[in-house]
Design a protein around this ligand. Structure first.
Ligand code: FMN
Length: 341
């Protein structure tokens, strides 16, 4: 197996096994809901429909960018795509960098459009690849191969620094994002991969004109830890637990985002409580990766469907107990901080 194939497989194996979580938490446990004993809403009236980037989805969940790039990853992308098509959820493919270098890997990405002709699908490329400036034809290839509805730029300096042969050049990425926003017809979304965005990074991304920002904070999958495991690091390393907790990212981001771009909450989203708290904190959507890959690993399409149905039912219950009819009704007033109790 070549190095890239092994890396893709390792990433799925390690994360699906739940072996690479942060020791620090997302911070969602610092908040509890304000129970409403007089909800004045009927359970059957409640809708989970959510508007994001000018499109309606069935539920405020974005299936985070994960995989592609080797034939062994094709079945995973096929399941993700078929699932998102059936349930009208947005999703992203994994980094398409490999596709630019090796045309034989394109099928592992294009399968998603075959399985999901009408779903919202986001392309994916690393910020480090934008630093040098992508050729116009390369950007078009990323988008056209999957007829993408948006393009995601992932920023992951932590993972790159811990990965053998990973990128080391990070200067010029901000300008690369600015140029991409001007060059493409589809919305640009920028995400971290689990170490989170500070308020200052969010401010810079808003200034670049991006359409949505996914904070992807700490508390879920640690990509420092994933690479440390892959390198057989003998001792715990500080990069296992490096990053800004998701809740801190959200609370910083909301001040800068306002109505200029849409906010996605991710990094450690593990149930409907996390999704609802994220929306209270200003996110339009929550996004999740590890639980999704774990559900597919253990039960394929049916496993993912069972998880989603559980999350959907729980989310509707939460809305009802807060007196809310729809996701957009959720607000900070529905939370109380219980930190230090
Ligand atoms: C198996 C796997 C592969 C991933 N590959 C990518 C990728 O290629 N591009 C990307 O932007 N994020 C990638 N991610 C990161 C996720 O999109 C997400 O930001 C991160 O795992 C934090 O979310 P979580 O705590 O729900 O796992 C990957 C995640 C997993 C689990």
């Amino acid at each position: 197996m070549d190095e890239i194939a092994k890396r893709k497989k390792d990433h799925i194996d390690i994360t699906a096994a739940g072996a690479a979580g942060y020791a620090k938490t997302t911070g969602f446990e610092r908040y509890d809901f304000v129970h409403d004993a007089l909800p004045e809403v009927d359970f059957d009236q409640i809708t989970c429909e959510t508007r994001f980037l000018n499109r309606w989805f069935s539920f405020p969940l974005f299936i985070s960018s994960m995989t592609g790039g080797h034939h062994e990853t094709t079945p995973v992308n096929a399941v993700l795509a078929a699932f998102c098509e059936q349930y009208n959820l947005p999703f992203g493919v994994g980094s398409q960098r490999i596709m630019l270098e090796d045309p034989s890997t394109r099928n592992s990405f294009s399968i998603v459009r075959e399985e999901a002709p009408s779903a919202f699908i986001a392309a994916n490329i690393g910020g480090a690849q934008l630093a040098g400036g992508l050729e116009k034809e390369q950007t078009e290839l990323l988008i056209d191969t999957i007829r993408a509805d948006a393009i995601i730029v992932h920023l992951n300096p932590l993972q790159e620094l811990r990965q053998k042969g990973g990128d080391r050049k990070f200067s010029g990425i901000t300008q690369g994002i600015r140029t991409l926003v001007q060059d493409v017809q589809v919305p640009v979304i920028v995400k971290e991969t689990g170490a989170g965005f500070s308020g200052s990074v969010v401010e810079q991304l808003v200034d670049c004109g991006v359409s949505a920002i996914d904070v992807a904070g700490a508390g879920g999958t640690s990509w420092g830890r994933v690479e440390n495991i892959r390198n057989d690091a003998p001792e715990p390393h500080f990069t296992d637990d490096w990053g800004i907790p998701t809740v801190d990212c959200l609370l910083m981001a909301r001040d800068f985002v306002e109505d200029k771009c849409e906010l996605i909450a991710s990094g450690g989203i593990r149930n409907s409580l996390d999704i609802a708290k994220s929306l209270c904190m200003g996110a339009v959507m929550a996004a999740s990766a590890q639980p999704v890959i774990q559900a597919i690993r253990s039960g394929g399409f049916d496993g993912l469907e069972a998880m989603f149905k559980r999350w959907e039912e729980d989310f509707r219950t939460i809305l009802c107990l807060l007196g809310c009819e729809r996701p957009s009704d959720l607000d900070m007033i529905h939370l109380r901080c219980v930190q230090g109790r």
